[in-house]
Design a protein around this ligand. Structure first.
Ligand code: IMP
Ligand code: MG
Length: 173
């Protein structure tokens, strides 16, 4: 046993990812680049990309790496860029993807960097949204699930690097 209390099962996540891909494919016109935030969004991006293919979209895939919480369960409030995307992003439509939007700092920071690079148009997507915890404004165009203020892990999301491999999402007790 993992020690997590299940919040979202593998089947619930799969159904929501499929529906989200349909919404995204209907909303974003033509070609676009998925920009996932490592490491948390890697599993979500992998599933969403294949669901987007089934929905008729043909996205490219890139990743950016931001500094993380480390061993803590609360954000330090400081975000740094640890790994960047290639520079041929100018003029492109971008779908920025994170696992969870909590204070909003990470996705707002990444969105700011992308806008400095003069991308064509930006949409944001998060598998999980914890709106109660928001500290900075961060509009999310596509949300998988809105959840209460729990610390969760699984499906790419970690607690001190554990649980990323789990196919479901659970609450860390
Ligand atoms: P924010 O910058 O405060 O919005 O935090 C976003 C990032 O913090 C996410 O990309 C996650 O990596 C991490 N995070 C936020 N909430 C949780 C959680 O409940 N479990 C694990 N990581 C989390
Ligand atoms: Mg993250």
């Amino acid at each position: 046993m993992s020690g997590l209390r299940i919040l979202l099962s593998e089947a619930e996540i799969a159904a929501r990812v499929e529906a989200l891909a349909g919404e995204i494919a209907r909303t974003i016109p033509g070609d676009f680049v998925m920009v996932g935030l490592l490491k948390g969004a890697a599993v979500f991006v992998a599933d969403l990309a294949r669901a987007l293919d089934r929905a008729g979209a043909r996205p490219e895939i890139e990743f950016m790496r931001l500094s993380s919480y480390g061993l803590a369960t609360v954000s330090s409030g400081e975000v740094r860029l640890l790994g960047d995307i290639p520079d041929h992003i100018e003029g492109r439509r971008v779908l920025l993807i994170d696992d969870i939007v909590d204070t909003g700092r990470s996705i707002a920071f990444a969105a700011g960097l992308l806008c400095e690079r003069k991308i064509g148009e930006l949409w944001t997507c998060a598998l999980l949204d914890k709106p109660q915890r928001r500290e900075v404004e961060a509009p999310i165009d596509f949300v998988g699930f809105r959840i209460e203020d729990h610390f969760v892990a699984g499906y790419g999301i970690d607690h001190a690097e554990k649980y990323r491999h789990l196919p479901y999402i659970g609450i860390v007790e």
